[in-house]
Design a protein around this ligand. Sequence first.
Ligand code: PLP
Length: 391
Amino acid sequence: MTESCNQSAPELEWLPLLVPDMPSPHELLPWLERMHSARHYSNFGPLVRELESVFAQQFGMADEQLTTVANATQGLELVLQALDLAPSSRVLLPALTFVATATAVLRAGHQPVLADVDPQTWMLTPEIARAACEAMRIDAVLSVAAFGMPHDMQAWQQFERDTGLPVVIDAAAAYGSQWLKEAEGTLVFSLHTTKSLPAGEGGLVVSTRPGLAAKVRQLSNFGINLNPAVGMPVGALASLGSNAKMSEYHAAIGLRSLQKWDLRAQQRRALQSELMLDLHQASGHTLTWQAQGPGGPLMAPTLLCVQLPDTEARAALEQLCKQARIMTRRWYQPLLQHMEMLEQRCLLLDTPNARALGQTLLGLPFFLGMTPLHKHRVCGVLAAMADQRQS
Ligand SMILES: Cc1ncc(COP(=O)(O)O)c(C=O)c1O
């Protein structure tokens, strides 16, 4: 046997699902130098303050109406704590979301009530929440900007006014897409590496509710009072808080990422449109995508989640992707009610749309820097899936 016969074809590299788009160490240097010369590394230092003041300008809000936090999970927990709901309150949230939405409710001492989502936008809407309130007692709503799709905050403000229930939006993936647009509301964003404004880890709480963001800030700093204007000494323990402050290191990354955000968002939108078109064609026009809701467009998509015609098609696509060494993920699945840790701890409403989505959604590779070959490989498996279905 000759040597060349022994050589097998080099194995194709796995095509990743996501590739973080983080600033390089070189890009971060100016901010790190500033941090180091100020000798201020955490505890609401100059970089965190600067980041917060850019956010305040973007939202057209006063500085005290927002605060950074260590991550969105802590942001959600502390917002729920700051709302001062009675213990074991029922908090309505969608069955289709990331686990942190539910664990934040439980860790804040409340009970999640799992609701259905709209079949087109894949989100819990004010209409669904109204129906839930007719079915059982609900004490607060924690809706989710699913995969970054923004909510119509005027509609949620109207819901709050009609029902008197506080509404919080888990806008973890929606930085740059979810705005208040003159409405009242409370939003919690994630600045995780995989999100549209990556800071490594980080979160942002924005709220028009009087005193809420300031309370979250205090809770993120152990609950220690830092405000000389309230009738309590600075340094006194005002509430039972946690440590959920954003560090100056993370703020440095966030500030650099902000400088590139517009360009990156544009590139992400372009990549998403291109992939949606090409994959839809390759699949024989059998794919469904998340629809834009009344809240407006998704400005900086961070992942690509597709709905297959049925559960068999999804299984076939997963198998084909595995064979072609393409990573996939069932984003937001299994549904919360199917997780052992959660099923006994949540109340469940009827969720037919979420169940259907839970059987048909699949995440495909999506990252800036995808090459024509990467795209070709993904189109290839969708074409193979279409062929399999026809035969
Ligand atoms: C809907 C949702 N909520 C909360 C989180 C948690 O965000 P963080 O990682 O900043 O805690 C995520 C993270 O992906 C998410 O998708």
